[in-house]
Design a protein around this ligand. Structure first.
Ligand SMILES: [Zn+2]
Ligand SMILES: [Zn+2]
Length: 397
């Protein structure tokens, strides 16, 4: 991606390991790039030309699907165990063992949500490129991180950023001396086992230590011998990303380009933007000098069926509570878009008392979550995705 910025004149090298971004002179080209920041919980999207951002959105995905499916599984199991004699399995009918590319259905849903959004945007805007992250680090470039000559000058710092992401993943983001967890906010350092001049930046010369252990190491309190063996494991996130990438290439062909997480991180730091899903999508799209939009589309996937499995709690005494919530309460459904004094809200909760919990997607609650249904006008019925435009920057990362 950096090479692309240089090539297209969006940036030039200043010094060995820094690039500076230039505002392009000349007329606006109509190349529109869609950057997608794929995620488990949030998808960030940004469409930019070289000079202007045309669309920005943050999509919150459902997080209740895994829970619902496991409740469903519990029901199935208890049904099977009720008053039935044991019999041997007649055949192996588990999908996991049948299909090689099998993914948990909660992941399938998330991938679908990404593809749906991309299709929608391609219909709406003349998008010429779609850029997604292929992973956090570039495994192909790990083999030769100590590049020499001109390549060295241009690529070395980024090469090291790649190795660093790899080593972090290999060491599970944990200090290899005390096992302190970097994902829980502990500051981690990448330590050379043998000096960089002698041992180089190869992964087997690098090890993760926390700040404290790194200091203790320099006080001579313990010795380091070898880097942990093995490869960085494929995380569930990286599996989701690579499956998404395959599907996008299948559907959109050579419109699809890739970048890596370590490059996005470095680029975000050069332009000093806070880490949010939308900022990363903007950075992924690669037009870093584009003027950013000051409003975004907020999207939220919601469930649109109130089925049995959502009322799975047993009452005291083992009685299963009937699924009583009717489809409509005082004429409104869950997640309907409604209007109160020219402002739109969503129905997040309904009480038969007639007082509703109305919220916006920026997190505002109307009247502390208790507003009379009599004063509400229906704008439109709930969809599986509810959307709203907002002029404030959401904080989701
Ligand atoms: Zn430590
Ligand atoms: Zn040190």
């Amino acid at each position: 991606m950096v090479r692309r910025w240089i090539k297209t004149g969006q940036a030039h090298w200043i010094g060995r390991d820094t690039i500076q971004f230039d505002r392009p002179i000349g007329s606006e080209t109509q190349e529109l790039t869609l950057g997608i920041n794929a995620g488990y919980k949030i998808i960030g999207a940004s469409v930019t030309s070289e000079t202007q951002e045309y669309y920005a959105s943050e999509t919150n995905l459902r997080t209740d699907i895994v829970k619902n499916l496991s409740t469903k599984r519990q029901y199935r199991r208890s049904r099977r165990n009720h008053k039935t004699r044991y019999r041997q399995a007649r055949f192996d009918n588990r999908v996991k063992s049948k299909h090689k590319g099998w993914l948990a259905s909660s992941i399938e849903v998330k991938i679908d949500n990404h593809v749906q959004l991309i299709r929608k945007l391609i219909k709406k805007l003349p998008i010429t490129n779609i850029i997604v992250e292929a992973g956090q680090f570039d495994i192909q470039n790990l083999k030769n991180p100590d590049i020499t000559g001109k390549e060295y000058q241009e690529g070395n710092q980024l090469g090291f950023a790649n190795v660093r992401e790899y080593v972090l993943a290999r060491d599970h983001h944990k200090c290899q001396h005390c096992k302190a967890d970097g994902l829980k906010g502990i500051k981690l350092h990448v330590r050379h086992l043998v000096s960089r001049k002698v041992g180089g930046n190869r992964p087997d010369n690098l090890i993760i230590l926390c700040e404290n252990c790194h200091a203790a190491y320099h006080r001579g309190e313990f010795e380091l011998k070898k880097a942990p063996k093995g490869y960085a494991p494929a995380s569930a996130m990286s599996i989701m990303r690579s499956t998404l990438l395959d599907r996008l290439i299948n559907e959109f062909g050579d419109k699809v380009e890739t970048t890596f997480g370590y490059l996005v991180k470095e680029a975000r730091l050069t332009i000093d933007l806070p880490k949010t899903s939308m900022t990363d999508a903007f950075v992924i799209a690669g037009n870093l000098m584009a003027d950013r939009l000051d409003f975004q589309e907020l999207r939220k996937h919601v469930r649109c069926h109130n089925r049995q499995l959502h009322k799975a709690k047993f009452l005291k005494g083992g009685i299963r509570k009937a699924n009583q919530a009717p489809r409509e309460v005082h004429g409104f459904r869950l997640f309907d878009k409604v209007q109160v004094e020219n402002k739109n809200w969503f129905v997040f909760g309904r009480r038969t008392s007639g007082y509703f919990d109305l919220r916006s997607l920026t997190g505002e609650k109307l009247n502390k979550g208790s507003y009379s249904a009599k004063k509400i006008k229906l704008v439109h019925r709930a969809n599986s995705v509810i959307t709203q435009y907002a002029t404030i920057a959401p904080t989701g990362a």
